[in-house]
Write a new protein. Structure first.
Lengths: 425, 240
């Protein structure tokens, strides 16, 4: 028997067995289990003699966050820079969606509806509602634009960039079919490209249309998967979006080909650095909002993301785990034992909405507090005042990827990120 | 008749001006539109807008209720996400007309480009001339009626909705996940009523219907690579 860490690991053998039996690739839920660079590869520098720490227990640190005020006259104001990422009603049960919406009410943040229309109960219970405009436009109409506090024109998601949505037939219940306007029980491979703009040139005109439809009030974001980040961000800036949601390849999903989840895109941390650099080059960093998602799990990730230059983070898997998900990666089957990623009426009963809402709200509060703790230690009275100078890289790779000096040295490899590059090894 | 001359009006000022004018007049005529984009996008209510020349992209998109008549040609994406009303185009259009339409009628008296009715979810799109390929691709409802010839891949991956055609070769030009069927009496009556409404001379009984195949499940891999070992044999011959 081969060693687990060899090229022929147990997982690799299992993958080959599956393909040999079925002649097709495998679909899987959640995010890639691959070990990729994360925000853990950075450390935060606390204030000592160079700057004064803020009292953890007695002094305030502002967490209120304003998003999307570049052109929109009614920017989104949320109490914590943590939003609930777009997860569809279909991938998630009705109970899970309601619980997430209720959680936003408890902490004062925003939830994104995800693909396939808005569940009315989600809209009723959410503190602020973000509405996605997807290539599929399932369950979408002008009515959705009218209720949105924030819009997301979706180009891709981190878990399967370049691919459209998947929802396996097991989850297309009569209710889901009705809201999505599709037949019951089919395997859904949704629309790959927007039928109403074939590229950036058209999108310039489309943006004018959306602005007129929303009376220039609602913030309009684009959601892009992390790929050619610098170039994509520059196009988004030119198109006149109010902000960007950047989804790194550690983002989860209800169903994705294993190959896509494991081998497409780039991780959130280096993607964020590239986005910030691009926005700074374009001179829009202060006016345009940037939200990072994909693998955000705790207050340290939040604090480091803000320090690099994000204005907020979006959480998906973390919120599901708070509700009870154990990341079994079998979401696509619709057999979630916790009543979260299922449409089975019996399994759905296992999720208590009120308890789940409390847990998600607690989790968001806790990670906000964690970030506040780190920010205060670094001498900040506002979370958004965290800056890249507060960071150091743990590894040479992180240093090279981010341009943030290697800890214990002034060494910067490659392109500096506000620091003078010094690769004199 | 009330006229609105747009010769020297900037694009972003056009729709507010139209709305202002419509507060006083139920019908207005736009002159010198000069193919500007987003004309009447999001326009609501019972009113009529006649456009004397051609328009650019997104004409009548998201509109809800009005009757818009374009005397000239129309650019891509006209009537996208349209909710209700009538969008009448007397000449030809670009591609992707009626994408995601939820309701209302789009009538094109000339020809239309590719992907007419992409992802449509309701309403009627009537094309008196011909339609390009990928018509009603991934439609989720509504009716696409084409009187002339159709391009290839008709109705590719439709989930719901119907395509009415009298193109004799339509059955050979269909996309995947659809089938060619006879028209029912009820459908023929609906078509006849539409033809009468819009003054089109066509006999509903000549039409066939392309419908989505709903009986089976897709395979995970919709478009598998076609591996043809028999074609590779020629390389063996060369070696020999």
């Amino acid at each position: 028997m081969m060693e687990m860490d060899s090229n022929w690991s147990k997982e690799t053998l299992s993958e080959i067995d599956y393909k040999a039996r079925n002649g097709k690739y495998r679909i899987r839920g959640c995010a890639s289990p691959r070990k990729l660079p994360t925000f853990d590869d950075l450390m935060i520098l606390p204030g000592q003699m160079t700057r004064m720490p803020i009292d953890t227990y007695r002094e305030k640190c502002e967490t209120r966050t304003v998003l999307g005020g570049r052109y929109a006259t009614r920017p989104l104001i949320i109490e914590t820079p943590v939003m609930i990422a777009g997860m569809s009603y279909g991938a998630l049960s009705k109970e899970a969606k309601i619980a997430l919406a209720k959680a936003t009410q408890k902490v004062g943040t925003v939830i994104s509806n995800g693909e396939g229309g808005i569940l009315p109960e989600e809209l009723e219970n959410s503190y602020r509602q973000s509405v996605q405009i997807l290539a599929s436009r399932m369950g979408f109409s002008r009515r959705n634009l009218e209720v949105a506090d924030m819009l997301e024109v979706l180009y891709g998601i981190g878990a399967k960039p370049g691919l459209s949505g998947h929802l396996m037939g097991e989850k297309i219940s009569p209710e889901i079919a009705q809201i999505r306007q599709i037949p019951i029980g089919i395997d859904l491979h949704s629309h790959p490209r927007a039928g109403d703009s074939f590229g950036a040139d058209d999108m310039v005109v489309k943006m004018q249309q959306l602005r007129e439809l929303t009376n220039w009030e609602t913030p309009i974001f684009c959601k892009i998967a992390a790929a050619r980040v610098k170039e994509d961000v520059k196009i988004a800036v030119k198109l006149g979006f109010d902000g960007i949601i950047l989804d790194g390849c550690q983002g989860g999903t209800g169903a994705a080909p294993v190959m896509a989840a494991d081998h497409l895109g780039i991780p959130s941390m280096p993607a964020l650095v590239q986005a910030v650099k691009a926005m700074e080059e374009m001179g829009v960093k202060e006016e345009m909002s940037l939200i990072i998602s994909g693998g955000i799990k705790d207050g340290a990730d939040l604090a480091k993301a803000l320090a690099i230059g994000a204005d907020a983070v979006a959480i998906g898997t973390g919120a599901m785990v708070a509700m009870g998900c154990r990341v079994c990666m079998n979401c696509q089957s619709g057999k979630c034992s916790f009543g979260i990623g299922t449409q089975d009426p019996d399994l759905r009963k296992k999720l208590n909405i009120e308890e789940a809402a409390d847990k998600v709200a607690n989790y968001i509060k806790a990670i906000t507090e964690e970030a506040v703790l780190l920010a205060k230690a670094a001498g900040k009275t506002k979370l958004k005042n965290l800056e890249r100078e507060d960071l150091r890289s743990v590894t040479l790779e992180a240093c090279a990827m981010t341009g943030i000096p290697l800890m214990g040295s002034d060494l910067v490899i490659g392109e500096g990120f506000g620091f003078t590059a010094n690769s004199g090894i | 008749m009330e006229y609105l001359d747009l010769e020297n009006v900037k694009s972003e000022k056009v729709n507010p001006l139209i709305k202002e004018k419509l507060k006083q007049h139920k019908t207005i005529t736009l002159q010198h539109v000069n193919s500007m984009h987003n004309i009447c996008a999001g326009l609501s209510g019972e009113c009529e807008v006649i456009i004397e020349d051609s328009t650019g992209l997104y004409t009548g998109s998201y509109m809800e209720g009005p009757r818009i008549v374009v005397k000239g040609n129309v650019g891509w994406y006209a009537g996208d996400d349209m909710m209700a009303g009538q969008l009448i185009i007397e000449k030809n259009t670009g591609c992707n007309v009626g994408a995601y339409i939820c309701g209302g009628d789009i009538v094109i008296y000339g020809n239309t480009g590719s992907r007419v009715g992409y992802g449509m979810k309701g309403g009627n799109i009537v094309v008196a001339g011909s339609a390009g390929r990928w018509a009603a691709q991934m439609a989720m409802g509504g009716n696409l009626i084409v009187l002339g010839e159709m391009g290839s891949e008709i109705g590719e991956s439709m989930y719901a909705g119907k395509i009415f055609t009298r193109d004799k070769n339509a059955a050979e030009k269909m996309g995947r996940n659809v089938f060619y069927d006879e028209i029912t009496d009820e459908e023929a009556s609906q078509l006849t009523a539409l033809f009468e409404t819009y003054g089109l001379e066509a006999c509903a009984s000549q039409f066939h219907v392309i419908r989505p195949a709903l009986s089976g499940r897709h395979k995970y891999v919709l478009f598998q690579p076609e591996l043809k070992p028999e074609l590779a044999k020629k390389y063996l011959n060369r070696k020999g």
